[in-house]
Every structure is written in structure tokens, then in C-alpha cells.
Ligand binder design. Structure first.
Ligand code: ADP
Ligand code: MG
Length: 331
């Protein structure tokens, strides 16, 4: 049994322009000790799916008309608010992109880390502080003992994100959802924070869902990837297979738009060619019929406008929601 399994999840928002269908039948699962990367452009429904799992979706305007979120086989969508509170933080923890707005600016980081132990485990102030220092050491914040009384703004962006990781780890959850955990950081710091997260995930044997719009950041640490477009999964694959041979035209477009190392195409220009997928992501109140990607797809045919492709099997461990593969494998 997977640790977490999302089945046919739908989330919609009532807006002035109409009903925005942000999540339209997402299926994904993650096991203990496994890292699943969820990749997609901004607005594809990655964070909303995570909010639904955590039980922190704004309802209203949000609503979950359909779906299941099975945690160790139990549907969280059917759990009582009390049961969900017990899961949140203790069993499933979340790391957000923006540490500054997640941490309280007027409390020391040691106090905020220690609070986890005081509130959830009833530790004394002194013991909670000792555990906070331990955790800061664990996420390799230099001179943890001296810095435990410092405030969030006294730390660099990378160090603050380490503090967020420490908060998520505090209660030793089974699953961590990291939503663009390194997006706000410099490239070199991104890699350090990502490596730390991967190391801790292995050590604690946790499941990890790594949400990103940047495949480059997660390629080295994820086991599998699920690619989202317009609130649906359009491709799933082991990360190395996806990187080598993307199966869905959308994934191919995403990979083509990643700048690769190599000589500049125009000598002396210092710029590398960046091929961006043409067109815009769809308006979620008016998602195109059939395959939502068809208006932007170089391979689109009439059938793509009409029917909605399922996730067909692709050679290897892959699946792709594209009619091209239905014909190839005849699934
Ligand atoms: P991303 O893949 O970038 O994380 P999100 O999951 O945050 O995308 O959002 C997907 C879409 O859901 C957004 O483009 C927006 O239209 C809609 N949405 C998200 N949160 C809300 C909200 N609180 N109210 C209305 N619409 C929302
Ligand atoms: Mg997001």
C-alpha cells in the first residue's frame, strides 16, 4: 500500500469569471522512502493539490467535488476536522517557498522550533530549546547553539529555508510535501538545500512530494516525476527516463525550454536559444475540450479536440496522456 494515494481529485474555485477548474482528476501516489516530483508551469494546479492533501484549502472559494486522498489507506477527505489536525504536521508536514512569511518575525527561531515540542510533546522550555538546537544542527545551521535566539530576518534565505525544513522534520512525519522549496534561492544555494532535503528524506525513510516548475532542480533527487497541465497529470515516469525521452508533447516542450549548457547559438551574443512552448496556459474557467494541451500542441489532430486521452502505457515505466501513445501501444 502506498503511503499516500490521490485518486481522481477535483478542485474548483468559484470566481467572478466563473468556476475555475484548478484540479481535474489528478492521480498520483508516493511510497515511504520515495520522492515524487510534481512538475508543471505556474497555474497547473500543483499547489492546490498539495493544499487539498494538507487540508488547508480555502473553502470557500475552493471546493472538492470529487476524489479521494488516501493516507495509509484512509480517506482524509472523509476524516473529521479533529482527525485531520492530528495528521497535519505530525504525519504529513509541508515546506513552503517563502520562509519569511511562514515564520513569525517577532519570535526567535529557537522559540518557534521549540514550540513544536512544547505543544505537541509537552516538553519543558529547557528541553524544547535543546531539541531546537539539535534540529538546527541536523539541518546544518552553523553555530546552532549561538544562533538559537536569533530572529528569522537575521538568517540568509538559504538558512531560513533550512529552518523550515527543521520545522517540518520536528515531529518526524511520514510524508513531507515541499512546495517550490528552493525557488526563492540562488542557484548554488538551491542545490545545497535540495541535497539536504534528499539526504534527510533517505535517513528518515520519509515519502517526499517535491513540487517544482524547474526540472533541473529536482532531476538529481526525485525517483519519479508526474507532469501536470491544466489540473491533470499528463505524464508519469522515472526521472531519468523522462529526462532522456519525454513522452508527452507538453513535457517535450518543457524540456526544450530548459537552457542547456553549450556554445551560444549566435557567436558573441552570449545568449542561448530558449525555446518556449508557444501559446499560453488555458483559462481554467474555459479549459479546452479533449486534451487541454491541444491548442498549443505541434502534433494535435482532430481527435485531440474531441476526446480526453487517458494515461496510456509507454515503453519503459512511463505513462502519457496522449493519443499518439494509444496508437503505438494499442492500450
Ligand atoms: P501552481 O501549479 O502554480 O501551484 P496553483 O495550484 O497554485 O498553481 O493554482 C492553480 C489555479 O487555481 C490558479 O491558476 C488559480 O486560477 C486557481 N486558484 C488557486 N487558489 C485559488 C483561490 N484561493 N481562489 C481562486 N482561485 C484559486
Ligand atoms: Mg504553486
Amino acid at each position: 500500500m502506498p503511503l499516500l494515494e490521490v485518486r481522481d481529485l477535483h478542485v474548483e474555485f468559484r470566481t467572478r469569471e466563473g468556476v475555475a477548474r484548478a484540479v481535474n482528476g489528478v492521480n498520483y501516489s508516493v511510497g515511504a522512502g520515495e520522492t515524487l516530483a510534481v512538475l508543471g508551469e505556474s497555474g497547473s494546479g500543483k499547489s492546490v493539490t498539495a493544499q487539498a492533501i494538507m487540508g488547508i484549502l480555502d473553502t470557500p472559494p475552493g471546493r472538492i467535488p470529487k476524489g479521494e486522498i488516501l493516507f495509509r489507506g484512509r480517506d482524509l477527505l472523509k476524516a473529521s476536522p479533529e482527525e485531520r489536525r492530528k495528521v497535519r504536521g505530525r504525519k504529513i508536514a509541508m515546506i513552503f517557498q517563502d520562509a519569511l512569511s511562514s515564520l513569525n518575525p517577532v519570535l526567535s527561531v529557537g522559540y518557534q522550533l521549540g514550540e513544536m515540542f512544547r505543544v505537541h510533546q509537552g516538553l519543558s522550555r529547557k528541553d524544547a530549546r535543546a531539541r531546537a538546537i539539535e534540529l538546527m544542527d541536523r539541518v546544518r545551521i552553523p553555530a546552532a547553539k549561538e544562533r538559537v535566539g536569533d530572529y528569522p530576518h537575521q538568517f540568509s534565505g538559504g538558512m531560513r529555508q533550512r529552518i523550515m525544513i527543521a520545522m517540518a522534520l520536528a515531529l518526524e512525519p511520514d510524508l513531507i510535501i515541499a512546495d517550490e522549496p528552493t525557488t526563492a534561492l540562488d542557484v548554488t544555494v538551491q542545490a545545497q538545500v535540495m541535497d539536504l532535503l534528499a539526504e534527510l528524506q533517505r535517513e528518515y525513510d520519509m515519502g517526499l512530494i517535491l513540487i517544482t516548475h524547474d526540472l533541473g532542480v529536482v532531476a538529481g533527487v526525485a525517483d519519479r516525476i508526474a507532469v501536470m497541465y491544466a489540473g491533470r497529470i499528463v505524464e508519469t515516469a522515472p526521472v531519468h527516463e523522462l529526462y532522456k525521452r519525454p513522452a508527452h508533447p507538453y513535457t517535450q516542450g518543457l524540456l526544450d525550454s530548459v537552457p542547456r549548457l553549450g556554445p551560444a547559438p549566435h557567436p558573441g551574443s552570449g545568449r542561448r536559444e530558449l525555446r518556449v512552448i508557444k501559446g499560453l496556459p488555458p483559462d481554467l474557467t474555459r479549459i479546452p475540450s479533449g486534451c487541454a494541451f491541444h491548442p498549443r500542441c505541434p502534433r494535435a489532430r482532430e481527435m485531440c479536440r474531441v476526446g480526453e486521452p487517458l494515461l496510456y502505457r509507454v515503453p519503459g515505466e512511463r505513462r502519457s496522456a496522449c493519443y499518439f501513445w494509444k496508437e503505438v501501444v494499442g492500450d
